[in-house]
Each structure stands twice: as structure tokens, then as C-alpha cells.
Design a protein around this ligand. Structure first.
Ligand code: HEM
Length: 481
């Protein structure tokens, strides 16, 4: 266990009579010509272990330090007060670090970009269109019935895939199916049959293709994607083929969803299409990237939630009691009834803090910025380390323990910038409300039908592979109630 003590803003800021210090005077790990700290990172477990490495660097250097990974220079932010002051100067079109192979694919196939990959005014225009439907609690609340329909099928599916001891061979894959089925239901009012006994390869194509695309993304980024494309390497070909399948799957859903039979449906696709502010190409890139952003992240958060609850019987009992006290006489959970379940919500919030799905996000600075008393030059990539902040013992006493009660206090003293699992500012996750509703409803259904049992108590480590995945099968069993 680490005992992280990040410096508070006042401790870490180095002021020189109001004039910021130069970037070069920021502390940071060894910076070798051409490769920066890459050797250090490789020596300590590689990019898969970057969350732990950065966590330890924050412990050593404080809430802000500089780092050069060879292929980019960054300033690392791991202090909630610094993050707050950083956001105070947020520009109109915040920019994440470019994922070059994704951009290259879109140029190569003449596809448009969606919210994950767009920048500038075009990003804002698309964001506004989608935000009106996805960031309003009331609008998202109306999706509860569709989500419940999917969950109604998920419960018998879980029973089917459990072995005699209640263990599921690949729980993560099953949760990915659930998540995909839910997102298709909400976006297109379409069911894909992933929770049926005989599910087709075609239905699984999207999930398999995302996995394949992500597997080739790392190698393409670390080496030169341009060279891979020029020599048409296996990595470039496989990455392209995976994206071809992803776009083809989404286009099929869009064509069907907008056909005359379905155009009266009450789904997100028709709601956005009827506003007539996006071209068909933009629609397919928006929906492709909503699906990319929404399937594995939600499945992953659910996986860790199941794990955390399985290890805390007292918590599990307490949530079940709360659910039973609200869902009297066989009522089905709804967005409205969830408002009466503060403990269930705290359990989800705490799980996302202690076992976050996404450990960092990034912003490319569009102008020279004074941060923490240092002048950070324009173009530098600011890495915002949620993981280090969420595990900060100053913000969260016993930060590495799962304690949902910490969110139940009447007056919370937690700095809201310390717990941002969905990112922050104008570019924060657009699917946040939908993901929260999905997690809350799923937890209700699972706990009403199963007791979650921890099958061992050994630690489970995680590695950064796009999202934070466990290094071994989760030791969890589902016991029918
Ligand atoms: C962006 C996390 C679910 C779509 C993000 C970001 C994070 C995140 C950390 C980066 C935000 C930033 O840079 O400040 C999560 C987690 C989820 C989840 C933990 C599940 C528990 C979803 C869902 C959707 C979605 C369900 C789709 C409906 C997106 C999109 C972006 C994004 C499109 C880019 C937004 C933009 O740049 O304008 N998400 N997400 N996410 N997420 Fe999610």
C-alpha cells in the first residue's frame, strides 16, 4: 500500500515575487536526450504500469511535475487545487492529446470525426447537438425503461453463463455485451441479440473490433504511425480493418434506424437527425464515437463495482435493504425511484474512486499558462491524473479503502476536483449521465437476483490498457437469491 501525500497547492507553488518560474525549473524524473524518461518507465513495468509510476512520481515531486516520454513533453497535474485553477482559464475549445492513428484512419477512409477526435468550432457544434440530449438528467432519465428491458434479459443470461459454483468464465466480456446491448437500445431502439443463447458472430463484431483496434493502437502510437501506414505494416492493416468493421456496424444501425419503418422511433438517433444540424457522415462519426466511448468504459466500471461489493458483505446487505425499502411489492427500478437510493449511489461513486476506469485525461495548452507558479509553454500536454487525486490520503483518509459511507456525510468536505472519474470542464464525458443511470439500474437488478460472493481475498492488481483492467479473472461468484 502506498501512503501518498501530495503537496497541497500552497506547499507546491513556487512563486518568485509574482513572476512565474520557467518550465525548466519544474521538478521531474530523469530526462535523457531523445527518450526523456522512457527508460525509467520501461524499467518500472512499462506503459501498462503508468498509473503506478505517475502515482509514485507525484508522491516524490508533489502535485505538479514535468515529464518527457520521448514522443511528447508533458506537465503532470495531480493536485485538486491546481486542477481547479487550471480549469479557471479553460479555453472555448479544449483539446485532448491527439490520437494520431484514429485521425489518420478518418483521413484515409474520408470519414468524419466525432466528439472524441474533433477539435475547435466543429467539436463545439457537435458537442452542443449531443449535449442537449445526453447531459440533461431529465432527458436521460427517460431512457430508464429501455435499459430495464435489456436488464430483464441480462438476469437469465447471467444464470445461463454461470457454472455450478456461480462463476462466470469471462465476466468482462458478458458485461461488454450488456453495455453494447444497452447503448444500441438507447441510441437506435435496436436490440442486437447479444444476451440470447445463440448470439451470432455478426452481433459480436463491434466488441471484437474495438478490442482489436485498441490492441494495435499502442504500438502504432509509440512507434511512428506514418511509417506503419507507408509500409502498410500488419499493425496498420489490422487497425484499419478493425475501424472498417466498427464504422460498417454503426452505419448499418444508422441506415436501419433512419429508414421509413423506424423513423418515428423514440431514440437518440432520430431525435438528433430530426434537428437537421448534422450531415449523414457526421451522424455516423458521432454515433461511432459515442459507442466507442460508452461500451467498454461502462462495462469496466461495472466489473470493478461487482468486485468491490463482493468483498464487502456489510455494504452489500445495506444496499439490498435500501433497494427493498424503495422497490416495494415488486416495483421495477426507475430513474425517479433511484433518487431515493443515496447509499446505492455512494457505493458506485466510491467504486469509481477506488478502482477508476480511466486514470488520466489530457489537455494541449493553447497558450502559455501560469500554473502553480510555473510558466508552462503553449503546446505542452497537461496530463490530469485522476488516479493520483482519488488516492490522495489528504483528500480521502485511507484513500485505498472502499468506504461508501464517506459520501453519506451531510456536509461533504471533499474537494470536488479530487474526484472526477468522468473528466472535467467543457470536454468532460458526454455519456456521464447515461453511464450513471446504467450502473445504478444494473446494480439494482443484480443485487435483487444474486448475492455477490468473493471467492478469494488475495489482492487484484490492474494494468492500464486503454482502461484499467484486472490482471487476473475477478474472484467473484453469483449466488441465486
Ligand atoms: C469522454 C470516462 C461512459 C462517451 C470521457 C472522458 C472520460 C470518460 C474520463 C474524458 C473526459 C475529459 O477529457 O475530461 C467515462 C467513464 C464511463 C463513460 C468512466 C463509464 C462509467 C461513456 C458513455 C458514453 C461516453 C456511456 C456514450 C454515450 C464519451 C465521449 C467522450 C467521452 C464521446 C468525448 C467527449 C468530448 O470530448 O466532447 N469519458 N465515460 N462515455 N466519453 Fe465517456
Amino acid at each position: 500500500m502506498h501512503n501518498l501525500h501530495l503537496h497541497t497547492q500552497t506547499e507546491s507553488i513556487a512563486f518568485t515575487k509574482g513572476r512565474p518560474l520557467p518550465f525548466s525549473s519544474l521538478p521531474g524524473p530523469v530526462d535523457l536526450p531523445g527518450i526523456g524518461s522512457l527508460l525509467n518507465v520501461m524499467w518500472n513495468g512499462g506503459l501498462q504500469n503508468q498509473h503506478e509510476i505517475m502515482f509514485n512520481y507525484h508522491q516524490k515531486f508533489g502535485g505538479i511535475f514535468k515529464m518527457n516520454l520521448g514522443f511528447f513533453k508533458s506537465v503532470q497535474i495531480g493536485d485538486p487545487c491546481l486542477l481547479e485553477s487550471f480549469l479557471r482559464h479553460e479555453c472555448s475549445y479544449p483539446k485532448r492529446m491527439e490520437i494520431k492513428p484514429w485521425k489518420m484512419y478518418r483521413e484515409y477512409r474520408k470519414e468524419a470525426c466525432g466528439l472524441l477526435t474533433l477539435e475547435g468550432e466543429e467539436w463545439l457544434k457537435m458537442r452542443r447537438v449531443a449535449q442537449g440530449k445526453l447531459m440533461k438528467i431529465k432527458e436521460v432519465g427517460k431512457m430508464d425503461a429501455q435499459i430495464n428491458e435489456v436488464l430483464k434479459d441480462f438476469i437469465p443470461h447471467v444464470r445461463r453463463v454461470c457454472d455450478k459454483e456461480g462463476k462466470i468464465d469471462d465476466l468482462y466480456f458478458e458485461l461488454n455485451k450488456l453495455s453494447y446491448e444497452i447503448i444500441c437500445s438507447v441510441l437506435y431502439n435496436e436490440r442486437c441479440g447479444l444476451l440470447q443463447e445463440a448470439c451470432t458472430e455478426e452481433a459480436l463484431l463491434f466488441i471484437h473490433s474495438v478490442k482489436k483496434m485498441m490492441n494495435y493502437l499502442g504500438p502504432l502510437i509509440v512507434t511512428s504511425p506514418d511509417l506503419h501506414k507507408q509500409f502498410n505494416t500488419k499493425s496498420w492493416k489490422s487497425h484499419t480493418e478493425a475501424w472498417d468493421n466498427i464504422f460498417a456496424t454503426v452505419k448499418k444501425c444508422i441506415d436501419k434506424g433512419l429508414s421509413s419503418d423506424c423513423s418515428q422511433r423514440n431514440d437518440l438517433l432520430n431525435a438528433i437527425h430530426n434537428e437537421q444540424s448534422l450531415t449523414k457522415k457526421q451522424l455516423s462519426s458521432l454515433f461511432t464515437e459515442l459507442q466507442i466511448g460508452g461500451v467498454e468504459t461502462t462495462a469496466n466500471s461495472l466489473l470493478w463495482l461487482i468486485f468491490n461489493i463482493s468483498r464487502h458483505d456489510d455494504v452489500q446487505e445495506k444496499i439490498l435493504k435500501e433497494i427493498q425499502s424503495v422497490l416495494l411489492s415488486g416495483k421495477i427500478p426507475s430513474a425517479e425511484l433511484l433518487q431515493k437510493m443515496p447509499y446505492l449511489k455512494s457505493c458506485i461513486k466510491e467504486s469509481m474512486r477506488v478502482t477508476p476506469t480511466v486514470p488520466f485525461t489530457s489537455r494541449t495548452l493553447d497558450e502559455d499558462t501560469n500554473l502553480g507558479g510555473y510558466l508552462i509553454p503553449r503546446g505542452t500536454i497537461a496530463m490530469i491524473n485522476f488516479h493520483a487525486m482519488m488516492w490522495n490520503n489528504d483528500c480521502f483518509p485511507d484513500a485505498q479503502l472502499y468506504q461508501p459511507e464517506r459520501w453519506m456525510k451531510p456536509r461533504s468536505t471533499v474537494n470536488p476536483f479530487a474526484n472526477t472519474p468522468f473528466g472535467i470542464g467543457r470536454r468532460m464525458c458526454i455519456g456521464r449521465r447515461l453511464a450513471e443511470l446504467q450502473l445504478q439500474l444494473t446494480l439494482c437488478w443484480i443485487l435483487q437476483n444474486f448475492q455477490l460472493i468473493a471467492t478469494d481475498t488475495e489482492p487484484v492488481k490492474s494494468i492500464a490498457s486503454g482502461v484499467m483492467v484486472p490482471t487476473r479473472k475477478l474472484p467473484v461468484a453469483f449466488k441465486k437469491r
